[in-house]
Design a protein around this ligand. Structure first.
Ligand code: ZN
Length: 151
């Protein structure tokens, strides 16, 4: 951060405090020792869910959590495990450098995790997320479970 007085690049942060979504930093130039203030603006990650019909909505972690909690109700899956699934979805957004992810992709990330945690929760989530149209879809989900057991 260039000193506004002497142009020196080297400054020391002497105080830092958040103000709403900004960070205010009090700096001191290492050369002329004058003090100045900088503001850092936090870039809020934009996360969009593209739905199957092509419409989209902002990603809502709470909505995702509600869906997972519904699937794991009365099953031996902990709150920490549910949270870590939501974390993984958010990490995938960050890792892809893209603000968009399809609802199918999110669903498959959750299913992949539930498949290893609890079979009942997995089937419940699959039935909502994949919206089984017929028995074949349901059987496909069950056989995915069986494949796992044979690994
Ligand atoms: Zn300076």
């Amino acid at each position: 951060m260039k000193c506004p007085f002497c142009g020196n690049e080297d400054s020391k942060v002497i105080d830092s405090r958040p103000i709403e979504d900004k960070k205010r930093r009090r700096r001191e130039c290492q050369k002329c020792h004058k003090r100045f203030t900088t503001y850092e603006i936090m870039e809020k990650p934009l996360r969009i869910v593209v739905k199957r019909d092509g419409s989209f909505e902002p990603f809502d972690r709470n909505k995702l959590l509600a869906g997972i909690y519904h699937a794991v109700k009365k099953r031996p899956v902990s709150i920490a495990q549910v949270n870590s699934i939501a974390d993984e979805v958010e990490e995938r957004y960050a890792a892809s450098w893209s603000s968009q992810m399809t609802s199918d992709k999110i669903g498959s990330i959750v299913l992949e995790r539930l498949r290893h945690l609890d079979a009942i929760a997995y089937i419940r989530f699959a039935s909502v997320y994949q919206d089984f149209k017929d028995v074949a879809g349901f059987i496909a989900a069950i056989s995915a479970l069986n494949d796992d057991e044979q690994e």
